[in-house]
Design a protein around this ligand. Structure first.
Ligand SMILES: *[C@@H]1O[C@H](CO)[C@@H](O)[C@H](O)[C@H]1NC(C)=O
Ligand SMILES: *[C@@H]1O[C@H](CO)[C@@H](O)[C@H](O)[C@H]1NC(C)=O
Length: 351
């Protein structure tokens, strides 16, 4: 016995190889009382017209006295389709392609993958990582070369290939930036300081830099604001005081090759409330907080930042800070001054 493969929708012929065509034979199907409808025996061979997936099974041919002459296991399926292939480079030296079949063939399938470049015009077999089936990686690829890929799907009925021209510039897509930190800027109610790092999969090299874009919004709003930058930090200047903001960052090749990375993990912060930061709002329970390590790192670079203090709406202050009291007094004084001025102006106008 053996395995024979057939294509769904075609006439499949099983031959009884052990016999002379002139001798009469019987065909049987294992586990079934009868042969599939429409089947016929021609010169000892069994012809199954317009086979369907249900026609698959084990068939045997017998001599007139019932002796087994031959058995065959029939498997039915489809020709391979042109496989779907997608390629991505998460750095500028290696790229990977992965593929999936475009047709469910119901048959054992394998892939032959080759590539060639301008400098290596003959097809090169492609190294595969057994732990990642359906994926190939080209290590040490040339950033400026064009790669012609051939991904061929093979099954017992035939093969089908997809050719793909790939350049690193077109498929490069960095991993998202890492280590996103957002902190409110003391004394600046509409500002948030955002910093991040290169993705660790992107080795730093002077020739291959990244640029970034930042998206942010108050969590109660739907629409994002976006800013682009080539730096590893940015100051958001139009945040809303007292509202918690969510921030994400993504990266792209500096020279605009390829695609933007996915957005990074979110980071959140709330800009300080109150025009002068330190004063906070007397109506709400605020606490003066001491600088976190990130502050110490950047505060000296922020023009006008005289103190590394921010307001946290975490708990009611259990101590009375003289600075806070004074700030409240000063704010009340300024407020009173404006009220007086307004009253004066209105009085003059009426008069
Ligand atoms: C490319 O892959 C190799 C092997 O995995 C790795 O050693 C190398 O650092 C990668 N190149 C870059 C630029 O990340
Ligand atoms: C693609 O690869 C398959 C298998 O190696 C081969 O039969 C086919 O001719 C190749 N196609 C082209 C256009 O190179």
């Amino acid at each position: 016995g053996g395995v024979q493969y057939g294509q769904v929708g075609t006439d499949v012929t099983l031959s009884c190889t052990a016999t002379h065509a002139s001798l009469p034979v019987q065909w049987r199907r294992a586990g079934a009382a009868a042969l599939p409808e429409g089947s016929a025996i021609r010169q000892g061979a069994l012809v199954l017209p317009c086979a369907s997936l249900a026609t698959a099974g084990t068939y045997s041919c017998h001599s007139e006295d019932g002796g087994l002459l031959h058995a065959v296991s029939l498997r039915l399926g489809y020709l391979p389709g042109v496989p779907f292939v997608s390629c991505r480079a998460s750095d500028y030296e290696n790229f990977s392609c992965s593929w999936t079949s475009s047709v469910e063939t119901f048959l054992p399938t394998r892939y032959i993958t080759t590539y060639r470049t301008d400098s290596h015009p003959s097809p090169t077999p492609w190294g595969r990582d057994p732990s990642r089936p359906g994926t190939c990686t080209v290590h040490g690829s040339e950033f400026w070369s064009s790669y012609r890929l051939n991904i061929t799907e093979v099954n017992p009925l035939g093969s089908s290939f997809r050719l793909l021209d790939v350049t690193m510039q077109a498929i490069i897509k960095p991993d998202p930036p890492e280590g996103l930190v957002v902190v409110p800027i003391p004394l600046a109610p509409r500002r948030l300081h955002v910093s991040w790092k290169y993705p660790s999969s992107w080795p730093k090299e002077p020739h291959f830099q990244l640029r970034f874009r930042l998206q942010y919004r108050p969590i109660i709003h739907r629409s994002w604001s976006v800013v682009e930058t080539v730096n590893l930090s940015e100051v958001i200047t139009d945040a809303f005081a007292g509202l918690e903001h969510v921030v994400q960052v993504s990266a792209k090749d500096f020279l605009d090759a390829g695609n933007w990375s996915e957005w990074s993990a979110e980071a959140r912060a709330t800009p300080v409330r109150g025009a002068r930061g330190i004063g906070c709002s007397p109506q709400q329970p605020y606490q003066l907080r001491h600088p976190s390590p990130e502050y110490i790192h950047w505060v000296p670079q922020v023009p006008g930042a005289v103190a590394a203090l921010s307001c946290d709406s975490l708990s009611v202050p259990d101590h009375s800070d003289p600075l806070e009291k004074m700030a409240v007094l000063v704010s009340l004084g300024i407020f009173a001054f404006f009220i007086l001025a307004a009253v004066l102006v209105i009085t003059i106008l009426i008069w």
